[in-house]
Each structure stands twice: as structure tokens, then as C-alpha cells.
Design a protein around this ligand. Sequence first.
Ligand code: FAD
Length: 462
Amino acid sequence: MPDSAQDQVHDVVILGGGSGGYAAALRAADLGLTVALVERDKLGGTCLHRGCIPTKALLHAAEVAESARESEQFGVRATFESVDMDGVNKYKDKIVGRLYKGLQGLVSSKAIDFVAGEGRLVSPDTVEVGGRRLTGRHVVLGTGSHARSLPGLEIGGRIMTSNQALQLDTVPGRVVVLGGGVIGVEFASVWRSFGAEVTIVEALPRLVPAEDEACSKALERAFRKRRIAFKTGVRFAGATQSESSVTVTLESGETLEADILLVAVGRGPNASGFGYEEVGVRMDRGFVLTDERLRTSVPGVYAVGDIVPGLQLAHRGFQQGIFVAEDIAGLDPAPIDESGIPRVTYSDPEVASVGLTEAQARREHGDDAVQTYEYNLGSNGKSQILGTTGFVKLVRVKDGPVVGVHMVGARIGEQIGEAQLIVNWEAFPEEVAQLVHAHPTQNEGLGEAHLALAGKPLHTHA
Ligand SMILES: Cc1cc2nc3c(=O)[nH]c(=O)nc-3n(C[C@H](O)[C@H](O)[C@H](O)COP(=O)(O)OP(=O)(O)OC[C@H]3O[C@@H](n4cnc5c(N)ncnc54)[C@H](O)[C@@H]3O)c2cc1C
């Protein structure tokens, strides 16, 4: 309850203005709730300023560079000269700036009380920011995540995380990327297109190890062709840097020399130091634990986004923010099915997936109950026009629905929309086979794969 004249009571007080926090704020305001949104840095958080948007702008610039290099292949005479990082950064920053402005306008148009500063949970219903106490009938924690490093590996100088890598004003000559997950392979892809020599070091046996094994294999094949070097199943031992280079040592004894070492070994939750534990919020290894309705162990306190264990993706945060606002407003929304969240890695080629991998499906449903089909983009007109290789792989339960879709190819991430409808609506291949897919699109790849799995292949063999 408010205990001073400075206390301000809102229906919802949200700590953190990233994807999860601002989505909760926007939806809560739409539902007529009074909202305070506390942000210590910039509204929009990691995704807008240091994540999704700037990296995808770099990846698009990388695609343009490749198009210029490969133009002759299409009968167009253009010469690739160089990458002007100043120009690339201006392009990237312009997009971020425009979206930032739009988001600020959206938040202020909805009369959300935006409070700048670092907030701290001081009781189950109160957040303190500077001298101001904001009391909420409900509190939403959405303080996000930070780039992790490894023990003994200090970030600074030539050893950097994605935060510094997004600010580079030159293209490095040689890069070592520590970590072959989504962020690592995306940066590797950008730098290679910009002309750098890139080596990825991944401790697990394959790149993008969370994906279906077939996707890892296809990405590795494509990276080999692009002369992106990678060492999988090798562990990092240490790194030292000098004025002119960084030397990375692997446990195998091998050393790699580069201009830059990008540390992309995962992201840790920003959930300590803000009073959560003191107020009694149950945590596990730094993450905030919630039930399926995103309620923490403290009544009235919810959590969203990267601080909640699970996929650290912006669209998961958005959906959780919307869910929490609706739950608070008493709309009784259906819990989010985490297994149906789509995933895209925007490297060249892209990897896009939703649902169970083949290995997961076999574990969950039994070997005999699982059927897969891999449609090769070699038979797809649009893929040929784009000059990409790859596939659409379906995983279904025999005589049952499609439980996983896994795709590799240039621009294939754009196909994830239909794939996620198929998996989340538990469609049967026979049902999808009835739907008409526009020609010539890569979307036909999904249609053809389902036709084949339904036993009536068109441009391919069953
Ligand atoms: C390089 C990179 C690329 C990525 N690419 C993609 C992608 O393509 N697609 C995708 O879906 N996801 C991507 N992500 C992940 C995505 O950015 C995150 O999943 C998403 O931003 C998480 O949202 P969030 O609200 O949990 O946290 P954040 O976006 O991190 O927001 C948390 C906010 O809380 C603020 N904050 C923290 N503590 C306090 C405090 N005590 N008081 C006040 N404010 C506080 C922070 O300043 C921050 O603004 C990428 C991430 C990175 C790093």
C-alpha cells in the first residue's frame, strides 16, 4: 500500500522497456489499465537497439554486398568495390532511429507513464526509481539479458560481445567467433560477406546445435562453400591480446590469431541486484521462475522475456507481454505453448524452424511413430532464380499431424509464418496438401513437401 505522498498507484508497474515489458505496457494500456513503464536505458531494449534490428540491417547490407559480387551470374555487370562501414552504420542506425521514434510515439500516445531510471523492486507491489515510488496492483519484471562471457575471458579491446561488434567502424580482416549458435553464425555470415576471414569455434559437435541435425549439416556445407571456417567439438582454453591482434588458444593446443574475438556464448538474465530475491521471487541460476501463466512465486508479480527460462527471442517476449496484460485485465488468455514458438537464424543461408526436431519427435513419440520428408529446394523455381540451395524438412507423427518444420535456404525465414500455423494448428499433411501455394515462390516448397508426405508429390518423388 502507498505509504508516502510520493507514492503513485498504477494498475501495472513494469520494470524494463524491452520487447516483453513494452508489449505488456501497450496491451495493458489498450485494455484500459493505468501503466508505469520503467526503463534505465532506451525504450525498445536489446532487440531494437543491440539485437534483432541492427543485426538484420547488417545482414541485409551483407546480402547486397554478395549480390554485387555475384552480379555477373545474373548477367548484370556491377563491380564490388568495398564495404564502407560508415555508410552501413548510417543505414543501420537510421532504421533503428526510425523504429525507436515510432515506439516512443506509440507509448506516449497511450498515456503510459514512462519513467526513466533504474528501478528496484522494494516490496511485492512497489518499484523504486530514484526517489520515486511506484506502486502497482500488479508488477511485471522484464529486465532482459546481457551477453555472457566465459570464466577468465574478459571483454575489452579486441575481445568483444555483440554490443561492441555492432559498433565497429571498419571491417576486421580476421575474426574468431566463439560460439556457433544463432548470434555467432549471424555475425560470421555478415563479416564473411564484408570480406573478413572468419573462424567459428563451437564446443558442441555442430553449428546451430539447437536445430535439427539436418539444418546444421546444410548450414555447415554452405559455410564451407563460403569459406567460413569452423571448428566444432573443440573447447576454448584462453585468449590474449596485444596492440595488433588477439590470440585464441583451444584446449586441443591449437592457436588462432585474429583482429577480433567475438564472444557469442549465450546470454544471461539481468535479474540480480534489483531486489527480486529480497522480495521473495523464486529464482534458478539467475533466472526468474514462473508458472505457465508467467506468475512468479510472489502474488501479483509477473515476469516476461529473457529473464524467464526458455527461448530468448523477441517475439516470445512480445507474446508474453500481451499474455500478462490480458491475464491482469481478467481476460483469461490461453497459456503460450513454448514448443510452438518459431525460430529463425538470419545467416546466409537462413535456418528457420518450428516445433520438434526429428530427434525430439523420435524421443517423444517413439521411433516407429515418426515419419519425415525432406523436399529439396533444387526442384523449386524461385529457389533456383535466387540461386539458393536448401530444403524443407517435415516431421510428422504417422497418421497424425506435422509436429516440426525445419528449413534452410536464402530468405527461407519468410516461410516460417505458414510453418508455424501448420505446427500450432496441428495440421495433417493431407490438409496442407489441399491449400494452394503461389507459383513461383519458395512458399511452394512447403506445399510440395506436404503434397509428397500426403502421398501425391508433384515436382518431386515421394
Ligand atoms: C545480437 C542479437 C541479435 C538478436 N536477434 C534476434 C532476432 O533476430 N530475433 C529475435 O526474436 N530475437 C533476437 N534477439 C533476442 C532479443 O533481443 C531478446 O530476446 C529480447 O530483446 C528480449 O526482450 P526482453 O524484454 O526480455 O529484454 P530486453 O530487450 O533486454 O529489455 C530489457 C530492458 O530492461 C531494461 N532494464 C534492465 N534492468 C532494469 C532496471 N533495473 N530498471 C529499469 N530498466 C531496466 C534494459 O535497459 C532493457 O531495455 C537478439 C539478441 C541479440 C543480442
